[in-house]
Design a protein around this ligand. Structure first.
Ligand code: ATP
Ligand code: MN
Length: 538
């Protein structure tokens, strides 16, 4: 049964060309939860969370992400396979088709905000075909107060029509699904996919253009939290490397789990109002905060539940990318508003499936710039039995798919900020130890947490020969001791128990780094190039 809510009202969408009058504006989370279940589009889990299936797509589709090439973007965007151009004419035509499709539908509209810092606030209107996608927008964006809603003037609009399918031949898309950003019309147009991540990453990509270009602020694909002394830590990393897991730390206040801006005044603010955690193999014991956040209001995506609504987090029969979104206040220890200052530590998280990078190491400023440009993690090609070779994956700025500008732009801004604030930069391998994927095991979360705490508390000591060992291939400084972590775990070579195999694999990875970096070589300074793996002839 739907609960009535005094704020519930309708809204006209005529200005978008939508004539439908069956429009729900600003429904409460519990109304959206109930409507989704009433329509048979979701089920309630035993935790009270809403469980939905996102349909054909259970992840983003980077090859179907376009940017309209126009006066604003043509000279600034780094065009290529990542930022694929789309013409204004084609956009206008496709927009009209989507609007036409939505015209007769029951729609769910929500006004929300991005950027927790008032000076950077971006008002957003999200128009959804599905009620649960609108609940996702409630969870993930910042929620305006009654006062802020009074004369809310939406600047950007997200139009989300999962049921609409494009005709690639006519519409200029690659296939039936698309996510297109138009900076002139300030629209993110998403069709043919119900994957909710497209909604949040659409606005993220827009901000990754707007903030550096207009506001001299560095946007980052990172999580962030604040310690008891008021020190801020930020955690960069590609998908699955641990941003959400490691920033959710009961001893530190969470700023946010995925998207932040580092301002010219040296503050760090969250773009979002919620978290979007992976739930594959989630357990209450190892991740109690995230587990506890899965309750009424949260949306579970693509999980398998039994008849009693009990979720089997180990079941990946729909996808490995099972997720939960929840508003940030589902976590106990949070920063309010979601802003920190005094950045003291930066962590680059990587899930190295080759198992050769140290579980934690300290980077020099040139190494930090080099690793930021490289953005390394590894993918494990498959999960079938037998030997599977890991595949190195490089994504500039630890988030290339969301970065419209040339990676060097973001890297230069970060280098300057790192120098100005005198931060420590750490490379943390949350991936494999004791051998590569298939032979070794994933680093214990307990150890990774202990290493991060030691780095944050200054327990890894000063940067001297007695406290650190310089890695002979990657040149990074590996601490010799760390409270709460067995000493042998700190040295990847030791955990392999086979020096020859270790070095062979380490060289394979260092070659992959060098190969990847070639495309930046001409543009990168000598200082940055020095930060790469060393050249040893073996
Ligand atoms: P995304 O950008 O897709 O949101 P993310 O960087 O936030 O990705 P997480 O959601 O934190 O990634 O995923 C890390 C996953 O790896 C979790 O499922 C976590 O339980 C698991 N994991 C296993 N071992 C470790 C470890 N040592 N450190 C961090 N995470 C680990
Ligand atoms: Mn995350």
């Amino acid at each position: 049964m739907s609960t009535s809510n005094p704020t519930t009202k309708s809204i006209s969408l005529k200005e978008y060309g939508i004539k439908s009058e069956n429009v729900h504006y600003q429904l409460s989370p519990s109304e959206l939860h109930d409507i989704t279940i009433d329509k048979g589009m979701g089920r309630e889990a035993d935790s009270g969370a809403l469980a939905v299936n996102t349909g054909e797509f259970t992840g983003r589709s980077p090859k179907d992400r376009f940017i309209v090439k126009d006066k604003i973007t043509e000279d600034k965007v780094w065009w290529g396979d990542i930022n694929i151009p789309f013409s204004s004419e084609k956009f206008d035509a496709l927009y009209d088709k989507v609007i036409n499709y939505l015209d007769e539908k029951e729609l769910f509209v929500r006004d929300c905000i991005a950027c927790a810092d008032e000076d950077y606030r971006l008002n957003i209107r999200v128009i959804n075909e599905y009620p649960w996608s609108n609940l996702f927008a409630y969870n993930m964006f910042l929620r305006p107060t009654e006062d802020q809603l009074k004369d809310f003037d939406p600047e950007w609009t997200v139009i989300n029509a999962p049921g609409f399918k494009a005709d690639a031949e006519i519409d200029g898309t690659r296939q039936h699904n698309f996510a297109i950003l138009n900076f002139t019309r300030k629209i993110a147009l998403i069709g043919g996919t119900g994957y909710t991540g497209e909604i949040k990453k659409g606005i993220f990509s827009a901000l990754n253009f707007i903030l550096p270009v207009d506001k001299n602020t560095l946007p980052m694909h990172c999580s962030a939290n604040v310690g008891e002394e008021g020190d801020t830590a930020i955690f960069f990393g590609l998908s699955g490397t641990g941003k959400t897991t490691l920033s959710t730390d009961p001893t530190r206040r969470l700023i946010g789990d995925d998207e932040h801006g580092w301002t010219k005044d040296n503050t760090v603010f969250n773009f979002e109002g919620g978290c979007y955690a992976k739930v594959i193999n989630l357990s209450e014991e190892s991740e109690p905060e995230i587990y506890g956040a899965i309750k009424k209001g949260a949306i579970l995506e693509n999980v398998i539940m039994d008849d009693n609504g009990k979720v089997d987090f180990a079941d990946t029969s729909i996808t490995q990318n099972t997720r939960v979104s929840y508003p940030i206040y589902h976590i106990d220890n949070i920063m309010e508003p979601s802003i920190g200052d005094n950045v003291k530590n930066i962590f680059f998280l990587t899930a190295d499936a080759f198992g050769v990078l140290p579980p934690i190491s300290k980077l020099t400023p040139s190494q930090a710039a080099y690793h930021f440009m490289s953005g390394y993690t590894a993918k494990v090609a498959g999960t079938e039995a037998g030997v599977v070779e890991p595949v190195p994956s490089f994504s500039a700025c630890f988030g290339a798919p969301f970065m419209p500008l040339h990676p060097a732009k973001y890297a230069e801004m970060l280098s300057r900020k790192m120098k100005d604030s005198g931060v420590n930069v750490w490379l943390v391998n949350t991936g494999w130890t004791g051998g590569p994927y298939g032979v070794g095991t994933r680093m214990k979360l307990k150890y990774t947490r202990a290493m991060i705490h030691a780095a944050l508390n200054g327990d890894l000591g000063l940067y001297t020969y007695d406290t650190y060992h310089i890695h002979s291939v990657f040149g990074v400084a590996q601490p010799r001791q760390c409270p709460g972590v067995p000493t042998e775990v700190l040295s990847p070579r030791t955990t392999w128990n086979n020096d020859e195999a270790y070095y062979k694999t380490a060289f394979k990875l260092s070659n992959a780094f060098r190969e990847n970096f070639k495309k930046y070589e001409s543009g990168a300074s000598e200082e940055i190039r020095r930060g790469g793996p060393q050249r040893y002839a073996f």
